[in-house]
Design a protein. Structure first.
Length: 529
DNA sequence: TCTCCCACCTC
DNA sequence: AGAGGTGGGAG
């Protein structure tokens, strides 16, 4: 039901550009008073060096348009990219320090949705979350100067509904709502993942929340995708064209309804996400509903872990309906502004579309979901292929935690991981966890697993519409897991989380920092295919 | 609901 | 020129 709306909505005014960040600071910092702000319940540790980091969502305006209608992302067995693409501008990093940037997508709530009567509504409880996978940006690790130099794009990230996906794509359940999150992990040699001091922060842009679907439900969304995604250009056009096309395709007879027709109609769907037009959404919603801002920790890992329980109760509402509708079609669609949006990368600077992240929150976890680990566990695959060093570590850490992480490169990419190759041949390298032990992992893990926290509260903190919430974590705060000393939340990590590095061109050699040990992870190949 | 294939398009 | 990203329709 409704909850969503709030959840996703943005609350504050757009104007805020500030990011609210809640970061965890290290205790020290805290004590020092470094962090003043952190409102969030979470642990307030801010890590040094992480406090000034701000993340701005690229093309936030376009995201908001989708959000107002109720963003839907197609998930396929082979993996489908998100659109709008997730791109951010990052500021406040130490130019010389190395960081790993990664994303994960956590359940926004624990509901299953259905689209009927032109609107989304809750239809039941969510399926157990799959193991959360992390998508490590291919450039990781890289210096702050590198990341700040231009937009950081996660456009190659793919979403799949194949729970046995061997490619390292992010696994989601259809008709469930999710919240993407970005995590920045300090990875310099002096502060590797393994180290206790690993610092990281998480940023959540509520307007990027979406419902995963195997086919679009709301025509308004279809229309927005067609109008803004360059790859869907073939579906644009005047009706003439459409008719044309259709006639060809369909051959015969059917008059076929022009897509445009459809589009037009779409008008009324409400969006679950934001309520109405603007977004009301509370901050809370932001991220994941689950997220905990509160107390839990949020660690990157947590983030990673995603699946988790969903905490936020109130936020989620049950049904959404949206009221606002106007938005759509006409407004935007046709001609609207956003079309340009897809333009893409631009220099970071003046992009009007950026929004600072605002929320602060820990990642909490959203993912936590603990429960679900099983499956994953079974299939753990770990392929850390060319991961960046840092990533590897993360992965390792996760493993220790019990999760498998994937650092693999993307399928298509260079990474061997790709196919379904037998494990044996896998190209990837395994890393041992040990370094993982490090704090990051820990934290991450913590996050991961556990329970939901909620962001809800967050709203209090959160504010600005567009800001992402940020959380910083500190290593020490909690580290410890069962295994390595990292602590795992109750839920623990999920069984597996995969860290996935996108592939990049970069190669990844085993990282410099540590040696990798092999991990015994079982590949996912199993099902995947 | 989901999967597969298609025509069309970007890169 | 080829690889790969789109949504639609059929099944």
């Amino acid at each position: 039901m409704a909850d969503t709306e709030e959840t996703f909505g943005l609350q504050n005014t757009p104007g805020d550009s500030n990011t609210k960040e809640v970061q965890n600071e290290s205790k020290e910092d805290i004590q020092k008073g470094t962090l003043s702000k952190s409102p969030s319940p979470q642990t307030p540790y801010i890590q040094q060096g992480m406090e000034g980091i701000k993340v701005y969502l690229h093309e936030g305006e376009l995201w908001t348009k989708f959000d107002e209608v109720g963003t839907e992302m197609i998930i396929t067995k082979a993996g489908r990219r998100m659109f709008p693409s997730y791109k951010v501008k990052v500021t406040g990093l130490n130019p010389k320090t190395k960081y790993i940037l990664l994303m994960d997508v956590v359940p926004a709530d624990d509901h299953r949705y259905k689209f009927a009567d032109n609107k989304w509504s809750v239809t039941g409880k969510a399926e157990p979350a799959m193991p959360g996978r992390l998508y490590v940006h291919a450039d990781s690790p890289a210096t702050g100067a590198h990341w700040m130099r231009q937009l950081v794009s996660f456009q190659k990230l793919k979403l799949t509904n194949n729970h046995l996906d061997p490619f390292g794509h992010i696994i989601l359940n259809s008709m469930h709502k999710y919240q993407p999150r970005i995590h920045i992990v300090k990875a310099d040699e002096n502060n590797g993942f393994g180290s206790k001091n690993t610092a990281f922060c998480t940023h959540v842009f509520p307007e990027t929340a979406f419902i995963a679907v195997t086919s679009y439900q709301n025509h308004k969304i279809t229309q927005l995708k067609i109008e803004n995604n360059p790859f869907a250009k073939g579906f644009r056009g005047s009706e003439d064209l459409e008719l044309h096309r259709m006639s060809r395709m369909q051959s015969k007879d059917y008059p076929v309804i022009p897509r445009s027709t459809v589009r037009q109609r779409a008008g009324s769907t409400p969006s679950p996400f934001s309520g109405e037009g603007q977004c009301l959404a509370t901050p809370t919603g932001l991220g994941s509903p689950y997220s905990p801002e509160n107390g839990v920790t949020g660690s990157p890992l947590e983030l990673l872990s995603q699946p988790g329980p969903y905490p936020l109760p109130h936020e989620r509402g049950q049904d959404y309906h949206c009221t606002k509708r106007k938005v759509s079609e006409e407004g935007h669609t046709g001609d609207h502004p956003y079309r340009k949006s897809y333009i893409e990368s631009s220099p970071s600077e003046g992009d009007p579309y950026y929004r600072p992240s605002g929320y602060s929150q820990p990642l909490g976890l959203g993912g936590g979901g603990a429960p679900y680990r099983t499956e994953s566990a079974q299939r753990q695959a770990c392929m850390y292929a060319g991961i960046a060093p840092g990533a590897a570590e993360l992965a390792a850490g996760l493993e220790e935690l019990g999760c498998s992480t994937w650092a693999g490169v993307s399928p298509y990419g260079s990474c061997p991981v790709t196919g379904v190759p037998p494990p044996d041949r896998m190209p990837y390298q395994h890393f041992s966890a040990h370094f993982a032990t490090g704090p990051l992992v820990t934290r991450l893990s913590g996050v991961t697993g556990h329970a939901p926290q909620q962001l809800g509260d967050a709203h209090s903190h959160a504010h600005a519409l567009y800001q992402s919430s940020v959380t910083s974590h500190q290593p020490l705060g909690r580290q410890c897991s069962p295994n390595a000393g990292i602590q795992v939340p109750a839920g623990g990590l999920q069984g597996n989380e995969y860290l996935y590095q996108h592939g990049a061109s970069r190669t990844l050699s085993p990282h410099p920092y540590h040696t990798v040990h092999s991990v015994s992870i079982v590949p996912d190949w199993s099902g995947g295919s």
